[in-house]
Design a protein around this ligand. Structure first.
Ligand code: ZN
Length: 249
């Protein structure tokens, strides 16, 4: 698996809350959630700390326990991350920092993925068919106030994300495709998938652009779309941190 990626903070000088680790065998992409101003998270750490902790715990498991099921890897990663701040922070706080997770792993037979939150994995097969591993539950919340999103987090009625509930791992969107059938794959945060969700691209357009022009060009495409879109015509941030990983087989 040949891997190319970009991981860029949103314009404006804030820290990058996205995180990526890739080897020839796996890709881990995280997108930490920025805490709303004034919310007590019970945690002394910032979001870049959280994604670095979980990202490196996941990479260690994926490197050393190669046969562990991805959901188990995810659960262990969340538990290890919780242990990293159990002594300093209140892990019973429902607003503890959180992050999406997307894992892609290839072994001799299978290409597997697990996605928690609104990051995405797209796999293109030799016959042109696309497999889309994407959880869009955050697009269908009853309300988007700070309180409503907090209440919806890690509940059956809301959405699932990596934070201080290891059982969230069981709600990941998972799948497996024979490696022999795969031609390429992409792993992305929602800073990239907004090309599809906000700007009307198809997943196939996005993958084709990644393959022909590379991950950094995709971020330039997004910044151009963002600058051209009038305020008030969409929900959410004008710019977001953006991570795109392209894997060629
Ligand atoms: Zn903490």
């Amino acid at each position: 698996m040949e891997v190319a990626y970009t991981c860029q903070a949103a314009p404006g000088g804030r820290p990058n809350d996205d995180f990526v680790i890739a080897t020839e065998r796996y890709v881990v992409v995280l997108d930490g959630a920025t805490a709303p101003a004034g919310v007590d998270s019970g945690c002394i750490h910032d979001v870049p700390w959280l994604v670095a902790q979980l990202g490196t715990h996941l990479a260690r498991m994926l490197s050393t326990e190669k046969a562990a099921p991805l959901v188990e890897v995810l659960r262990s990663g969340i538990e290890a991350t919780m242990a990293s701040h159990a002594d300093t922070c209140d892990l019973t706080n429902r607003d503890s920092p959180s992050t999406t997770v997307a894992i892609l792993r290839r072994d001799a037979e299978l290409l597997e993925y697990a996605v928690l939150g609104d990051s995405a994995v797209i796999v293109e097969q030799h016959d042109g068919e696309l497999v889309v591993g994407h959880d869009d539950r955050t697009s269908y919340l009853p309300a988007y106030t700070v309180e409503a999103v907090s209440r919806a987090r890690n509940t059956e009625e809301g959405f699932w994300i990596a934070s201080v509930q290891p059982e969230a791992a069981d709600r990941a969107v998972t799948g497996a495709i024979p490696v022999s059938a795969v031609s390429s794959a992409a792993v992305m945060t929602d800073g990239i998938t907004r090309l599809v969700e906000r700007y009307g691209w198809s997943w196939a357009d996005l993958l084709k652009r990644l393959e022909s022009h590379g991950p950094a060009q995709l971020v330039e495409d997004i910044r151009a779309e963002e600058r051209a879109t009038p305020a008030g015509t969409f929900r959410g941030k004008v710019h977001d941190d953006a991570t795109a990983v392209f894997c060629r087989f």
